[in-house]
Ligand binder design. Structure first.
Ligand code: MG
Length: 382
């Protein structure tokens, strides 16, 4: 088990569950960061007593500093604050639970500082998978996935030798609009899109799950994390979300990881790995699991997944552009400023307009990310 953690994005869904896991495990919390939800952040800071807290938003950081003036907590702001939290000497594990590409630079900094990365921020590997994995190899920093599918694959691959893996079977529930036609989704509201059938998650990732973009991002994430080619990953729709993903080995054996759909489980494992600790999570009851079903993903009506698979094959900055454009479009959708089906149009449009740079460095990646956001704002806001 790790000794102490820094939680980047502690007020979000994964961040809150990480703190619950830390409490259960008796694990010290060295640093917390949040965007601007300072009321919850103050509650967390008073309960977990970190030595350092960073608030991304400058004004919120000032307000937070006043709110905790009676404590010894050191407060910082902006990207500098996030990077300091990610590299703090008092912690050996950084949980990257921020949403979006804001997680990229702090994650790289944590890798350089040889911290264990409990990786919950998809955009890091989607935007800069090549760079991040190379850097982790160089420094020896461990990356333990928190995303349930990748945690499942990670567990299925424990103890396997080189060359034993044939392919990854990446499962997904299909989201709340499984079986629907694209033209029927024209008027979907944010409230409908965030209502996921099995998992309770933040708003951005819930919308991504409904468009299958989330599965597309996970596809790219898996490619980097497990060093496989796009053709070695098969997406399998499994509406019950009991199997969290599988691997097929060269001899034809398939190994699956099963559990109740609760993110607390992969979060705890990322902190205790390579050990396992008892937990309070609900157990699978096989008498109640009447059937587990599987189907092919509908790439026709859920084109975001197809787009992501194409970008995975193109490589370079194509996934970064797609992800940044999607992120911008989803935020606009959540603010009722963009129609549901325009999310795909925006992501696909940005990829077509901006192309892909191969073997990009961090500055190029961040410039592509910004260009994709600007493209969506210029072409898709009415
Ligand atoms: Mg997932």
């Amino acid at each position: 088990m790790v000794n102490a953690i820094s939680v980047l994005g502690s007020t979000g869904s994964i961040g809150r569950q990480t703190l619950a896991a830390a409490e259960h495990l008796g694990l010290p919390v060295a640093a917390l960061t949040a965007g601007r939800k300072i009321d919850l952040l103050e509650e967390q800071a008073r309960r977990f007593k970190p030595t350092f807290v960073a608030v991304y938003d400058e004004q919120a950081a000032k307000d937070f500093k006043i709110a905790v003036a009676d404590t010894p907590i050191r407060v910082a702001s902006g990207m500098e604050g996030l990077i300091e939290a990610a590299t703090l000497a008092g912690s050996d594990c950084v949980v990257t639970a921020v949403s979006g590409s804001v997680g990229l630079r702090p994650t790289l900094a944590a890798i350089d500082a040889k911290k264990r990365i409990a990786l919950a921020n998809k955009e890091t590997l989607v935007c800069a998978g090549e760079l991040v994995m190379r850097r982790a190899k160089e420094t020896g920093a461990e990356i333990v996935p928190v995303d349930s599918e990748h945690s499942a694959i990670f567990q299925c691959l424990m103890g396997r030798g080189e060359g034993e893996l044939k392919k990854i079977l990446l499962t997904g529930s299909g989201g709340p609009f499984r079986g629907k036609k694209r033209e029927d989704l024209e008027d979907v509201t944010p409230e409908q899109a965030v209502r996921h059938p099995n998992w309770s998650m933040g708003a951005k990732i819930s919308v991504d799950s409904s468009t299958l973009m989330n599965k597309g991002l996970e596809f790219i994430e898996a490619m980097h994390l497990f060093a496989v080619r796009p053709e070695d990953i098969q997406v399998v729709i499994h509406p019950q979300s009991v199997i969290h993903s599988m691997v097929e080995l060269v001899d034809g054996t398939v190994i699956a990881q099963l559990g109740v759909p609760d993110m607390g489980l992969p979060i705890q494992l990322a902190l205790t790995y390579p050990e396992r600790r008892a937990s309070m999570f609900e157990r699978l009851d096989f008498w109640k699991l009447r059937d587990l079903s599987f189907e092919e993903p509908d790439l026709e009506n859920m084109p975001c997944l197809r787009l992501a698979m194409d970008c995975a094959k193109t490589g370079g900055t194509a996934p970064c552009v797609m992800s940044a454009a999607n992120e911008t479009a989803v935020h606009l959708f959540l603010q009722h400023r963009l129609g549901y089906n325009r999310i795909y149009d925006a992501a696909a449009g940005a990829v077509a307009a901006l192309g892909a740079v191969q073997h990009a460095d961090l500055d190029t990646i961040l410039a592509c990310d910004e260009a994709a956001r600007a493209y969506v704002r210029e072409n898709f806001i009415a």
